[in-house]
Design a protein around this ligand. Structure first.
Ligand code: GKR
Ligand code: MG
Length: 437
């Protein structure tokens, strides 16, 4: 006999949404240039008993507007009823479609962001209520710390933020090194040495798609010469290469790569290339939602899906994805965008819960210098982050920093990420091309 559920979880009393802007250096990618500030949104969700859960997602005025609407829907709801909440949000906003993602390297869908923000904040609250870390709400820990990779970028000189393209003379160590320009092999190698020295990373990724393939591949070869075969290397030109370019340089880099990320655009092209080269292919661009799994399996478009809980609809959805990946012989790792410690903590709880984790996760964290959690920036130990020990996410909001970074948001005037516009401030004729080389 099915028992009627009699318990009633705490109700959600309030949702607070705070857009913030964080300093971001002038990093280059296939879509253009990072603005001096990256936008994030911090969500605080408060229960009727005054317990507060937090989350962080990429900032965008349209997402914030959707979050405002969603919060009107969730107030008064039972904190534990996440499945129902998701259905209600789907009914209200309509399901995201594959094309809503957009052509940029990052994801622009609405519902996945909104639900992920609310889900992570609810899980943080639940963890605090039952005095368990979020990793335990995801089924428990498979590891105590989660490895990350050094994430290198071609970049112009500059610190970002109010410094823009100039350097903060007070900076030391990695904080100074991250302000140096890197537009050639030596610049990239110097960046890698400084980042690995500071964080102890055990694998390296280079974001490409900014320059001619020949130059970018020369940078990968320079990294290989500098760090040797024991250092796993990855390269990601964000799908800007034609299939023949993917084949040519995919072959050249075969002996030196751990994996090649989104060399070409679309599942068909990825599947074709995958049949031609031995290097595993990874993606955060061609298989980006559950709706795309059937065609991914039919075509065989990648070996590794780079999930992102902000884009796949939360931490539990990412756990579900890991099971799907396991069934169909895919590996799962994680994608990132410029972020702070709340997102990092969520990634670490998820990374610790994943049954299999063969590849170190991406993170932009070294490129940021600010924080919104108490106690300052999270520490890396040999490239890995220990699962925070407190209940919930195990990190607390620093309200003074939140206010400072919110003031940055108001001052900087940015409302959404647009790397093409930023690039045109430097090169007025530059335009984004989905496939360039
Ligand atoms: O931060 O410029 C960037 C990256 O290009 C980012 O937007 C991508 O979404 O890191 C991402 C990726 O792996 O494609
Ligand atoms: Mg990528």
């Amino acid at each position: 006999m099915i028992q009627e559920q009699s318990g009633r979880g705490p109700r959600i009393r309030a949702v607070r949404i705070t857009p913030i802007a964080i300093q971001d250096p002038p990093l280059l990618n296939a879509a253009g240039l990072h603005a001096p500030f990256a936008l994030r949104t911090v969500v605080e969700l408060e229960t009727e008993d005054g317990v507060i859960g937090i989350s962080e997602i990429p900032g965008n005025e349209a997402t914030n507007q959707a979050l405002e609407e969603a919060s009107r829907l969730v107030i008064g709801k039972d904190l534990y009823q996440l499945n129902k909440l998701q259905k209600e949000l789907e009914a209200y906003f309509g399901k995201d479609s594959v094309t809503d993602r957009g052509d940029a390297p990052w994801d622009q869908r609405k519902l996945v962001h909104v639900f992920s923000a609310l889900e992570v904040a609810c899980l943080d609250c639940i963890g605090k209520l039952v005095n368990r870390p979020v990793v335990d709400l995801l089924g428990g820990r498979m590891r105590d710390s989660v490895p990350f990779a050094a994430y290198l970028f071609f970049k112009y000189e500059g610190a970002g933020g109010d410094w823009g393209f100039s350097k903060d003379p007070g900076a030391r160590g990695w904080d100074a090194a991250r302000q140096e320009a890197a537009v050639d092999p030596q610049g990239i190698v110097n960046q890698a040495i400084a980042m690995c020295k500071e964080y102890g990373f055990q694998s390296i990724k280079l974001k490409g798609g900014a320059f001619e393939p020949e130059l970018e591949v020369a940078c990968m070869q320079a990294l290989y010469r500098e760090f040797g075969p024991a250092m796993p290397l990855r390269f990601d030109p964000n799908a800007i290469w034609k299939p023949e370019t993917g084949l040519k340089y995919g072959k050249v880099m075969e002996p030196i790569l751990e994996y090649l990320e989104d060399p070409v655009r679309g599942q068909e092209n990825m599947a074709w290339l995958r049949g031609q080269i031995k290097t595993p292919l990874a993606t955060n661009m061609c298989t980006t939602s559950f709706d795309e799994i059937p065609s991914s399996i039919r075509l065989g478009s990648e070996d590794i899906i780079l999930s992102d809980h902000h884009f796949w609809g939360g931490l539990r959805a990412s756990m579900e994805l890991s099971r799907v990946c396991n069934v169909f012989g895919r590996d799962l790792s994680m994608h990132s965008n410029s972020h702070l410690g709340i997102s990092l903590a969520a990634m670490v709880h998820l990374g610790a819960a994943l049954p299999q984790l063969r590849y170190a996760l991406d993170t932009h964290y070294p490129w940021q210098s600010e924080e919104i959690i108490t106690g300052g920036r999270l520490a890396f130990d040999n490239g890995a982050v220990h699962v925070p020990s407190g209940p919930g996410l195990g990190v607390e909001l620093d309200r003074d920093s939140l206010q400072t970074l919110h003031q940055n948001y108001l001052k900087c005037g940015l409302k959404k990420r647009d790397d093409q516009v930023e690039m045109q401030k430097v090169h007025p004729d530059w335009t984004f091309q989905k496939i360039r080389w």
